[in-house]
Design a protein around this ligand. Sequence first.
Ligand SMILES: [Zn+2]
Length: 363
Amino acid sequence: MNKAYKFRLYPNKKQIELIEKSFGCSRFIYNHFLNQKNEVYKDEKRCVKYTEQQNLLPSMKKEFVWLKEIDSTSLQMTLRNLDNAFKNFFHGRADRPKFKSKRDNYKAYTSNFVNNNIDIKKDKIKLPKLKWVKTKIHRYVEGRIINATVSKTPSGKYFVSICVETEIELLEKVTQNIGIDLGLCHFAILSNGEKIENLKYLKKSLNKLAKEQRKLSSKQKGSNNWNKQRVKVARLHERVANQRLDFIHKLSKRIAYENQVIVLEDLAVKNMMKNDKLAQSISDVSWYKFVTMLEYKAKWCGRKIHKIDRWYPSSKICNNCGYVLEEMPLHIREWECPKCNTIHDRDINASMNILKQGLLEIA
Ligand SMILES: [Zn+2]
């Protein structure tokens, strides 16, 4: 199983130069071979294979000698990425690959691990051609290194993502199972009665973000002030994203560790993400990321995740006697079952039903 560790890089001047060059070369190679793929497809109606293009790399390096200055495995990885982008396009999974522009906000290149060209020590990482780059290691990297992706954010920070192959860490079985309901007022509601608060700081940060974004749009595009403001907005975006990511990392880990079977609703996240409201769309994305993380963390720990149909009426059923209400308006937070007189918290009852239904389906 593959796992990725992301660390902030603090390259020196020379290393920055080389990283920027690598971005440039990677873009050059990508565009050059994308053009080739397009042309051949136009003329011969066939897709140029990865190996065909890889075989052209040595002659490219002779023609454009500056390509030799950067890590050669990164050029191969660029071709791989291009090939995958094309395959995804052909299978209808993605749009046609576009040419990369110098002005793209996100820049990255990937180096493959060969002959110990990538290594990690306390507070530094060895990367091909760059040698040791200063970093902050906040997590212990376990497993066999496969590759490293160096990237730069729109605000100008450098990061490395180390991809490793690990064994599955099977935890001891636990007896607790859990149902999770996506809340309206809360981030999530668990069948054990726990309500997980939404990110409170988010609203404040979002207001600030909206304000700075308005300022940005009032400035002349491409001007100095516009550029300064653009970096400011990008930094704020990053901060919000990091806070959110940290929150869902911790929550998904805890839930995966504490429970053997985890049941949730299968939500149509794609439609959810089309929501126009910024705050809502961010919480939707958080939920989507949370589910993704929970899925792989559960897999690492040997836990089971089960998704139930999203049309299952989890809010309308009494979890005590099974009575089904005809209606359940959104504003009702608490209700009494007309049959068994149990008083329910709307969301906790729903999450208990989700768990019940999930366990039933598994059995
Ligand atoms: Zn009842």
